[in-house]
Design a protein around this ligand. Structure first.
Ligand SMILES: Cc1cc2nc3c(=O)[nH]c(=O)nc-3n(C[C@H](O)[C@H](O)[C@H](O)COP(=O)(O)O)c2cc1C
Length: 433
């Protein structure tokens, strides 16, 4: 049995703008309806969590302009406000929202996530990212972004501080003794007086601990520095690497890092990003994949814009018919993704690399009817030794239905996916197997 999550890759943003099956985007912008429908569908399906991506920029690295992003609806609303609305229509699924440690004051984040833990009845998670674009840093008043590995040192300390705040109320501190007029026992609530290299805070938190006390921590950094922060702090790791061998290497490497941090390999569930191509039959699914690939090969702009965003380098300046230049050590963005692209590209031209990759975001291509896809997913997880998959498909009601009402039942029939939730708390469900 493995875990399932869904990655909302444009956060609380716009999906499928001007494409088939995107619904009424114009009326839906900034509205929660699609995401509420998604939450109820994925809970019906037995998903562990939804993971809401976030960033603070209108990407403008591609062609040095805002134009591509704004023509294509690359906008994001604040995910934090969406969390209680999704919790209000569900009762078991976990809801993870992204916070950039580099910009979020730790005290505000600790307080916000404790509050969200109450409002979700113990189902909130925090996706820890360091953010990558210089523009994001500039939106928060910095001249440019911090250097890649330094950001992870900051994130590590940020998590230590936030954790200390969550622990500033000892268990049993909340007394609620009306007869003796004691709300909380002040001897069990302590200042933290945290003074680190980057952050300082006095504490204690002026917020009653939530049902989980500590929200589920999610982490996505794939570089050695990112994986180390995950190994120290995360309950779930979301990973994107190309190919089954790289997936296996990732899980094995995380196990070793977890042990080095005094934890068990099973203490962090590693979910791999995939965008399965589903249809009624295997043949239909193959035709659908070919059609999707043809559309992507006919227009490389979205792929180039995406790579520009993640790498921080303008891919419109690279020759499509030449091999990818050596980008080693040049990106201050998502370094492991650049390294993965370089490895996959090898001596191929950029056009050929993008053509080969043109099949949706994900670590491995999975295509077929719900039953075939379920079988493939089972085999992949068995080999990789990982803990599950994170669906990265476009958030449309059609895709949600294919996964929630087609794939999930097929997985369940094979005993690969949960048939219910044994706890009301997100972390307990995640740690159940
Ligand atoms: C599934 C997944 C989800 C991610 N979500 C976010 C996000 O919401 N916001 C963000 O700034 N970065 C996000 N990232 C990027 C990571 O935080 C990280 O920068 C990237 O995986 C590269 O890791 P590295 O910088 O350690 O090389 C995500 C990455 C993956 C694989």
């Amino acid at each position: 049995m493995f875990h399932m999550g869904w990655f909302l890759h444009y956060g609380f943003g716009v999906y499928g703008w001007n494409q088939q099956w995107s619904g009424n985007v114009a009326a839906d912008v900034g509205q929660p309806g699609l995401f509420k429908d998604m939450a109820t569908s994925l809970e019906r399906a037995g998903f562990d969590y939804m993971m809401i991506e976030d960033s603070s920029v209108v990407p403008d690295v591609y062609q040095g302009s805002l134009e591509f992003s704004l023509r294509n609806g690359v906008v994001r609303h604040d995910p934090m406000a969406l969390v209680p609305l999704l919790a209000g229509v569900t009762s078991r699924i976990g809801i993870i929202a992204t916070a950039a440690t580099t910009f979020y004051p730790p005290f505000l984040a600790a307080r916000l996530f404790t509050t969200l833990d109450h409002l979700t009845d113990g189902r909130v998670g925090l996706n820890l990212v360091t953010a990558s674009p210089h523009a994001a840093a500039q939106n928060y008043g910095y001249e440019k972004h911090f250097e890649h590995d330094l950001r992870y040192e900051m994130a590590d300390e940020w998590m230590d501080l936030v954790t200390a705040l969550w622990e500033s109320w000892e268990p049993g501190a909340l007394v609620l003794d009306e007869d003796n007029h004691v709300f909380a026992d002040h001897t069990k609530i302590h200042p933290i007086n945290f003074e680190g290299r980057f952050y300082k805070s006095r504490g204690p938190l002026n917020t009653v601990p939530g049902p989980q006390r500590r929200p589920v921590i999610c982490q996505a950094g794939g570089s050695p520095a990112g994986r180390d922060v995950a190994a120290k702090h995360a309950d779930t790791v979301v990973a994107l690497v190309s190919g089954i061998e790289a997936m296996k290497e990732y899980r094995d490497d995380m196990s070793a890092r977890l042990i080095a941090h005094g934890r068990k390999p099973s203490d962090a569930k590693v979910l791999f990003l995939v965008s399965p191509v589903l249809a009624d039959t295997d043949e239909d699914a193959k035709v659908k994949l070919e059609r999707q690939k043809a559309a992507q090969v006919a227009n490389f702009e979205p792929a180039l814009a995406g790579l520009s965003y993640t790498s921080g380098m303008d891919f419109s300046t690279f020759d499509l018919d030449a091999p990818l230049p050596d980008l080693t050590g040049k990106s201050n963005g998502h370094q492991s993704m650049v390294a993965d692209l370089q490895r996959v590209a090898g001596a191929k031209t950029l056009r050929q690399t993008l053509t080969d990759k043109a099949s949706g975001i994900g670590s491995i291509q999975i295509v077929g009817s719900p039953d075939s896809v379920a079988v493939q997913m089972g085999e992949i997880m068995e080999y990789v030794g990982g803990d599950g998959f994170l669906i990265g498909s476009e958030v449309t009601r059609k895709n949600i239905t294919e996964v929630a009402d087609g794939l999930a039942p097929a997985l369940r029939r094979r005993g690969l996916m949960r048939s219910g939730y044994s706890s009301a708390l997100f972390r307990e469900n995640l740690m159940e197997f």
